[in-house]
Every structure is written in structure tokens, then in C-alpha cells.
Design a protein around this ligand. Structure first.
Ligand code: AMP
Ligand code: ZN
Length: 120
């Protein structure tokens, strides 16, 4: 299957990985809305909110809080937003939850510097 997120999980495409366990993986969005924009995905390929197993979804929501805490604290973001797209607005057809830090001013940062700030 030609799924970009499955390839990231297999390590066939590089990613700025922030977290991984048996069920899920979290990494920086390559085209971020804001510095620290993170995606959380299930390791098992599934399309969207209608197809993801309940247990995996619950785990992703729980980890979203942890990931948001991590990125907002490391990057001094005073807020964050969660987004999850389905249907025609969903570009990548492998379930993903966006965790998007929010800043009072527009911030431009290189993704490599963002990754360093979060992981060091
Ligand atoms: P959506 O519109 O919810 O399907 O969003 C898909 C997201 O995946 C976009 O924000 C893209 O920037 C992001 N994306 C696509 N390819 C990659 C990649 N190789 N690594 C990281 N993020 C990606
Ligand atoms: Zn996939």
C-alpha cells in the first residue's frame, strides 16, 4: 500500500519522531501551521475516526495531552489546538490527530531547531 504514514512507521521515510509505543507514533508535521505542530498516528493502518479501534483512539487522545504538554512547555506556547480531519478535507488517508501549539504572535522557526528544542 502506498501510504506515507505507514512508510514513516516502517522507517522508509524519515521523520522527526517525538514518541512511539506499541500502538502509536508521534512526529513533527513537515509542513507545520506553527512551530511544534505534531501528528499522532496509529501504527496499524486505518482511515479515519470511523474506522480506528476505540482503544487506539482513547490512547491517542490520552497521549495528545502528554504531547501537547511537552511541545507547549518546550516552545513556550500559551495554548494549543487539536484537529482531526475526515472525508474530503483529509489529505493523508491514514488516521492522524494534529496537535498544534498556538502563539500570540506569528512564529517562524526551522523544523530542525524546533525538534532540537523539544528533544533536548
Ligand atoms: P490532513 O489534511 O489532516 O490529512 O493533514 C495531513 C498532514 O500531514 C499535513 O499537515 C501535512 O503537512 C502532513 N504530512 C504529509 N506528509 C508528511 C511527512 N512525510 N512527514 C510529516 N508530515 C507530513
Ligand atoms: Zn497507512
Amino acid at each position: 500500500m502506498d501510504c506515507v504514514f505507514c512508510k514513516i512507521i516502517k522507517g522508509e521515510i524519515p521523520s522527526y519522531k517525538l514518541y512511539e509505543d506499541d500502538l502509536i507514533m508521534a512526529f513533527l508535521d513537515i509542513n507545520p501551521y506553527a512551530p511544534g505542530h505534531t501528528l499522532i498516528i496509529p501504527k496499524e493502518h486505518t482511515l479515519d475516526i470511523n474506522t480506528i479501534p476505540e482503544e487506539t483512539l482513547n490512547h491517542i487522545m490520552k497521549m495528545a495531552k502528554d504531547m501537547a504538554k511537552l511541545v507547549t512547555s518546550k516552545l513556550d506556547a500559551p495554548g494549543f489546538t487539536l484537529i482531526q480531519n475526515n472525508g474530503f478535507v483529509q489529505e493523508v488517508k491514514h488516521f492522524h490527530l494534529h496537535v498544534i501549539p498556538k502563539y500570540r504572535k506569528n512564529l517562524e522557526m526551522d523544523i530542525k531547531d524546533v525538534y532540537k528544542k523539544i528533544t533536548h
